[in-house]
Design a protein around this ligand. Sequence first.
Ligand SMILES: CC(C)(COP(=O)(O)OP(=O)(O)OC[C@H]1O[C@@H](n2cnc3c(N)ncnc32)[C@H](O)[C@@H]1OP(=O)(O)O)[C@@H](O)C(=O)NCCC(=O)NCCS
Length: 174
Amino acid sequence: MPRNFSERDGMPVSAEIVVRDMNASDRDQVKEILEQSFEGWYLREGLKGIDSSDRVLVAEVAGKVAGMAELRFYDAGEMIGIVYYLATHLSYRELGIASRLLDNALKFFKEEGTSLALCSIEHENQATVEFFGKRGFKETSVRSLASKYKIHFFGILRRALIVPGETIYTKNVD
Ligand SMILES: CC(C)(COP(=O)(O)OP(=O)(O)OC[C@H]1O[C@@H](n2cnc3c(N)ncnc32)[C@H](O)[C@@H]1OP(=O)(O)O)[C@@H](O)C(=O)NCCC(=O)NCCS
């Protein structure tokens, strides 16, 4: 549905959000979004993730990249879909961009036969905790993941790059 972007960045009165695969000419805008959204180690890993993720989606609004999502898989006997990095350009936040990216990510995970979507969030990142919580993701203990996935557990931690200070959230993909 067209959204009202009139007050943002000189956008047209209404513009559609188009979610598609990132291409080479989007790279600078994707990097800019990561640089606005993360710093230090998180930024470095997010920049590397552009090339090391299984799929990178962008949300385009009137020809401009307004948001990005790096998606990964881990085969733990059952396929796990990882929302690795998700970020919206500062000028386009709270307009539904990340929601559209997440909808597309979940659709893609489902098409690929994924049973579980997973992300990890720093405790203090309340906007993101709220974002995923409202969209059906539930806090999941390390202990329950370890007991469910056993030897695959460390592979999941590595692929999702889960580090101390983060909480894991999961959602069944159905
Ligand atoms: C989290 C983030 C991706 C949300 O992007 P967005 O395009 O603004 O999100 P949407 O407009 O689709 O959804 C907005 C929802 O996010 C949450 N949210 C966004 N900003 C918020 C804030 N400042 N405080 C609380 N909740 C907030 C709310 O749940 C809100 O839902 P609501 O509109 O129903 O209340 C964006 O804030 C961002 O890029 N943050 C920095 C990068 C980051 O931390 N990414 C996540 C870890 S990889």
